[in-house]
Design a protein around this ligand. Sequence first.
Ligand code: COA
Length: 167
Amino acid sequence: MNNFNYEKYNSDFDRMLNSDVEVTKARLEEVPQIKSIADKNKNLIGFILRGSLVESIEKENLVVLKYKKIIIGFINYHHRKDSQTTLYEICVDENNRNKGYGKILINYLLQEAKSQKKKTLLLNCPIDGIAHSFYLRCGFKIKSTRTHTKNGKKLVTWVYKLDDNNT
Ligand SMILES: CC(C)(COP(=O)(O)OP(=O)(O)OC[C@H]1O[C@@H](n2cnc3c(N)ncnc32)[C@H](O)[C@@H]1OP(=O)(O)O)[C@@H](O)C(=O)NCCC(=O)NCCS
């Protein structure tokens, strides 16, 4: 059973938002803080150019999670013109992992994608990545696997279907 429990996470989300946690669209002046987290995790999420963060912010495709006003995580994505939303990167600062923040960011994106009438949320991730269990716990399902042409590593394409029961 790894279905994502929307109701539970909506209430957890509300509870956390009433505390010191904020989830908001990123602003341009926050690029240095986001870039700093991204750079520390480049081995896991790949190198992200400052310019691509700026572009995502301008398109309102970058969301940050703050604890007591400090950015501790972000999620970068794209709502395609068709029914798909693509998640590019998600990252929570190492000191703040396993506290539910990653799931809050995913929940934010699921809700936004739903409100934009998207049908699927897709992402690619290395099969041996530390995020593998995380995506399972968030209710994603493996759509396919393939081998990266350049480095020979196995990549998983994960999907979350935004219909009522994610089937
Ligand atoms: C993946 C990542 C965003 C998860 O964020 P997080 O805040 O630690 O995750 P959460 O605390 O919200 O965890 C949600 C669930 O996933 C599980 N989980 C998270 N990380 C896990 C891990 N490394 N191993 C096993 N389970 C894990 C949690 O136990 C939790 O399960 P539950 O809902 O049953 O309690 C974070 O580990 C990270 O930033 N990693 C580095 C960047 C990265 O790898 N990004 C993805 C690239 S594909």
